[in-house]
Design a protein around this ligand. Structure first.
Ligand SMILES: Nc1ncnc2c1ncn2[C@@H]1O[C@H](COP(=O)(O)OP(=O)(O)OP(=O)(O)O)[C@@H](O)[C@H]1O
Length: 230
């Protein structure tokens, strides 16, 4: 079986500057790869490189047997890859429901029912401009839209940033439910409890290099915390 995502020796950055220096990893359907590291070590850059928003300087990225090198970012969703960036996660001038319908070919919103149940404020504010939501609510909207796409593979950059703790617990449950259905995720997170709740494997970045990685079970919380200490 081909991996849900496989990346090998990824080198990427901005202009002539290399930020990532040879990052590799893979994950199977139904698994979560949690990416962690201190601020500025290259986590967002890795997500941009995997999603095609910045080109690879070297290396390979493939998903479900497909080489993604020549698939531009706007075609990646059709190729099975969803991406929720850290910032500018929703369209502020569109309503909450317009944001949720944007990529759907149907007006049927029933796929969002479990998310509306978990986050009733989203349904209450369905007609409201997404730009008028709080930062945490915008993150919940982005999370809901990303999971509602039902993509085989989703990349999410700090999905819990600004979200209230009780909703973070619900996010973990909803995300794992998608894994049960076979979806795979790469998730960048600073919230270690959330990351440990959702991840099967972890990848630790420091200064653009992978300094540790493997099954979550091999790492204690203290060990993972040590990678975040400045
Ligand atoms: N658009 C950009 N142009 C040039 N350099 C950038 C750009 N975005 C990020 N960088 C640089 O790349 C390096 C890695 O940044 P990146 O945002 O990937 O780190 P990060 O681990 O996601 O950090 P944080 O946790 O603060 O979001 C930093 O030195 C940053 O200044």
């Amino acid at each position: 079986m081909s991996a849900a995502l496989e990346f090998r020796d990824v080198v990427a950055g901005y202009g002539d500057t290399q930020v990532l220096r040879g990052i590799s990893g893979s994950l199977q359907s139904g698994q979560v790869l949690g990416v962690l590291g201190r601020n500025g070590v290259g986590k967002t850059t890795l997500m941009r490189a995997l999603s095609g928003f910045i080109p690879l300087m070297e290396g390979e990225v493939g998903a479900a047997g497909l080489d993604l090198a020549d698939v531009p970012p706007q075609h990646r969703l059709a190729a099975g890859m969803a991406y929720a960036p850290q910032e500018d996660t929703v369209f502020g001038d569109l309503s909450v429901s317009e944001n949720l319908r944007l990529h759907l070919r149907t007006r049927d919103m029933s796929r969002y029912q479990p998310y509306f149940q978990a986050f009733p404020r989203l349904e209450e504010r369905a007609a409201q401009r997404a730009g008028s939501l709080s930062g945490g609510e915008r993150k919940l909207l982005s999370f809901t839209r990303t999971l509602g796409l039902l993509a085989p593979l989703s990349l999410m950059d700090e999905p819990t940033e600004g979200v209230q703790p009780e909703n973070i617990t619900k996010m973990a449950v909803l995300l794992r439910a998608r894994c049960e259905a076979g979806a795979a995720f790469v998730v960048v997170e600073q919230n270690l409890s959330f990351l440990m709740q959702i991840s099967d494997h972890v990848l630790v970045l420091d200064h653009g290099e992978c300094v540790a990685g493997g099954p979550l079970a091999l790492f204690t919380r203290e060990k993972l915390e040590s990678y975040l200490v400045v």
